[in-house]
Design a protein around this ligand. Structure first.
Ligand SMILES: [Zn+2]
Length: 381
């Protein structure tokens, strides 16, 4: 199959990708890392993901984390009821089990075989929202990894060390060197996704594990916000809590390395928005929560980066193919047409989303100009 088809609206082919009034049609993408939360928050954010993405992997760090199969099943029932209300039949949510050192191995095997969950998610303790139950000593989770390797259950990793003495900007690199390298050595066939990578160190690690002629065992998701902001942006013109997330944005050289990984089209790198909404009052306060809400504009934000790098022809590979192939899922047969406008969307026009209990969710707004927009068209086949 061919890659994303680039075409001008007036039908005249053009080699420059910066031409206004253009469209891009790609296979319907997947979001392989998202926080849809629960209750009123889930009802407010679910339509943005379900209307665009073919599938999404839902994270288990709810207020009561999904540490057992019955927990996952209950959440699954809730999400499926909400989807039925939305009449979204063309969206498949994939669920995750929150891994612990004491994860019940029989329950793990049975739950996976019965398709209750799709993957296991590993959090270092207290690294992000609702992760107090995460690991402190990674070796204590090895028996769980061993079972997952045997059953070929994907291990999704929030790759930051929980060591509070490690500088916040170094936590990803330290995790890779001290935890991930030993895990890979001990469990060579475990399918591992290093989630939301933010550093050149992570890019180099993933590439070091990649060989086109060997089965792919290490993948990485990349968020739109880590492609758009560096750590300086968090503080430009005042502290912006809506640019605060975990892992925190790094130096510009790291952002550039992650951009190059995303636009490369290489098999290990794929789309995972890590859209992680919190209501405005939890973001704009002392000890504000980590998490960026990007779901309404995620695809446009990705498209802009690929456009800026003159790599739009690789957007479909990154957004709709690499992740599905890594997880052994079929490609979507639907297509989605994205649109580029002459003028970038005015940031004043990007309004907060209201939840049913009248709380505001502030959307991620890029410091860069974004000409691609959310007025896409879906074609179902
Ligand atoms: Zn996340």
């Amino acid at each position: 199959m061919e890659n994303g088809k680039w075409k001008m609206e007036n039908g005249v082919p053009n080699s420059t990708l910066h031409t206004p009034h253009s469209t891009l049609t790609i296979l319907r993408p997947d979001d392989f890392h998202i926080h849809l939360r629960e209750g009123a928050l889930l009802r407010a954010v679910l339509p943005f993901t379900a209307s665009v993405f073919s599938r999404a992997i839902l994270m288990p760090n709810l207020s009561s984390p999904l540490v057992s199969v019955p927990h996952v099943q209950a959440y699954r029932n809730f999400v499926e009821e909400e989807l039925a209300l939305l009449n979204q039949k063309n969206f498949i949510p994939l669920f995750t089990l929150y891994l612990r050192h004491d994860t019940n191995l029989k329950e793990l095997a049975d739950g996976y075989k019965n398709n209750v969950f799709f993957a296991g998610k590993l959090y270092p303790s207290n690294i992000t929202t609702n992760s107090a139950l995460g690991f402190q000593d990674i070796a204590s989770v090895y028996p769980v990894f061993e079972a997952m390797e045997k059953l070929d259950i994907p291990l999704l990793v929030h790759g930051e060390t929980p060591d509070p003495d490690v500088d916040i900007f170094d936590r990803e690199s330290v995790f890779i060197d001290k935890s991930l390298v030993p895990i890979r050595k001990r469990f060579p066939n475990l399918r591992i996704t290093l989630e939301h990578i933010t550093t050149s160190h992570a890019v180099d690690y993933v590439l070091s594990e990649y060989s086109p002629d060997k089965p792919l065992k290490t993948g990485a998701t990349i968020t739109p916000h880590h492609l758009h902001i560096n750590r300086t942006d968090i503080f430009s013109g005042g502290l912006n809590p809506h640019y605060y997330c975990m892992p925190i944005a790094k130096r510009e050289e790291h952002r550039k390395a992650v951009v190059q990984a995303a636009v490369s089209g290489l098999a290990p790198f794929f789309l995972g928005t890590d859209s992680a909404p919190h209501v405005r009052t939890r973001k704009e306060s002392g000890f504000g929560s980590a998490g960026i809400f990007n779901a309404p504009s995620a695809l446009a934000l990705y498209a802009q980066i690929f456009d800026d790098e003159q790599k739009l022809h690789n957007l479909e590979t990154f957004a709709s193919r690499n992740g599905a192939l890594f997880y052994g899922l079929p490609l979507s047969s639907d297509t989605l047409t994205l649109k580029k406008e002459l003028t970038s969307e005015k940031t004043d026009d990007i309004k907060p989303i209201l939840t049913e209990d009248m709380q505001e969710l502030v959307q991620f707004i890029s410091p860069k100009q974004v000409f691609w927009n959310g007025k896409w068209k879906m074609n179902y086949f």
